[in-house]
Design a protein around this ligand. Structure first.
Ligand code: SAH
Length: 324
């Protein structure tokens, strides 16, 4: 729902009408017709001039573990994927895309291999969450779908700031980045809300990181980590570090020791991500992941192994890539 368009369409109505529309939408209604406290003429105008969603669902896949992946099209035809993850403890987390495709070319990521289309608008991000909100209540969100949020920060923040109305507090919203410094610096300086920050690290040193993530040539590790530490200092919250486990590439005990030396435990919490096959690499086995984690545990660097959700429908981390 493009709220700016809604405002234009309702320009001749009192301004609280716009608020009413948003409140209904955020609570998960599926049409203007259900917004019963709006005058019939306002509803009719909206029906005619403001599409209820900025995204059209095109395909939906359901995994055995309850994960749902939806492929949408923007109104100008670009593909966008989003995922609803359901956990046994009742958590309902939505994984949102910030761009259609991604201009970065991380070698292990399926989105990186598809053509970059464009930045999404804030409303196109909100509409991904609203789609799932119409299915059931949601309480967590991660900007870990397609795209690099820090390349589209303004719109990402506008969207993130709407999510509490859908039931997702700022503390339960995480924005993930490769460490795109201009955006990251702005995020650290300007975002006073307790929105969480995650850094996709994937290697404990520059040479290997540049191989996996060409963006590292532009923004080297020490500068990115310094910015993360500034976030910790300024905001008083740890940064999550994402580390995807690639067999024989970045998963040896030596890599783990280097990682433990690189990251101080007061500032960082590591999330080891089992690799979801997209062609280029083999994922580390369970034993190598456990051995890697043992080194971090020994160094008392907090670390967890991420639960994989939605693998059987290619909805897991890094698998979002519409072929069309
Ligand atoms: N561009 C941002 C947001 C995308 S988040 C970022 O990179 O942080 C998507 C996460 O999934 C990133 O940590 C990414 O590195 C990870 N990922 C990408 N491909 C993956 C794969 N095939 N298996 C597991 N994780 C993957």
């Amino acid at each position: 729902m493009d709220l700016e368009l809604v405002s234009e369409v309702l320009a001749n109505e009192p301004s609280y009408r716009r608020t009413q529309v948003w409140e209904w939408a955020a609570r998960g209604v599926g049409s203007y017709a259900e917004m019963t406290n709006l005058p019939v003429r306002a509803r009719a105008l909206l029906e005619e001039r403001a599409p209820f969603s900025t995204l059209v669902p095109e395909h939906e896949a359901h995994a055995a573990d309850g994960t749902v992946k939806v492929l949408f099209r923007t109104l100008d035809g670009h593909p966008v994927e989003a995922v609803l993850m359901r956990y046994r403890d009742g958590r309902r987390s939505v994984c949102l895309s910030s761009q259609s495709g991604c201009p970065l070319t991380c070698t292990f990521c399926a989105t990186g291999a598809m053509r970059f289309r464009r930045n999404l608008t804030a409303w196109e991000m909100v509409d991904q969450a609203l789609h799932f909100r119409r299915l059931e209540p949601i309480d967590h969100s991660v900007f870990m779908g397609m795209g690099e949020p820090m390349l589209n920060l303004e719109a990402v923040l506008t969207a993130a700031r709407r999510l509490p109305d859908l039931g997702v507090t700022h503390r339960r919203t995480t924005i993930s980045t490769v460490g795109w410094l201009p955006g990251l610096t702005r995020f650290v300086d300007e975002v006073a809300e307790p929105i969480r920050l995650a850094l996709s690290l994937h290697a404990p040193a520059d040479a290997l990181r540049s191989e996996l993530m060409p963006v590292n040539d532009r923004f080297p590790l020490d500068e990115v980590l310094a910015e993360c530490r500034r976030y910790v200092e300024l905001r008083g919250r740890k940064v999550f570090v994402e580390y995807v486990m690639l067999a024989g590439v970045n998963d040896s005990p030596e890599h783990a020791a280097q990682l433990a030396a690189l990251l101080d435990r007061r500032s960082f919490k590591v999330n080891l991500i089992p690799y979801n096959p997209t062609g280029a690499y083999d994922g580390s086995g369970r034993e190598s992941i456990a051995a890697f984690k043992a080194v971090l545990d020994e160094a008392r660097l907090p670390a967890t192994v991420r639960l994989t959700r939605g693998r059987d429908i290619a909805a897991a981390c890094g698998q979002l890539a519409a072929t069309a």
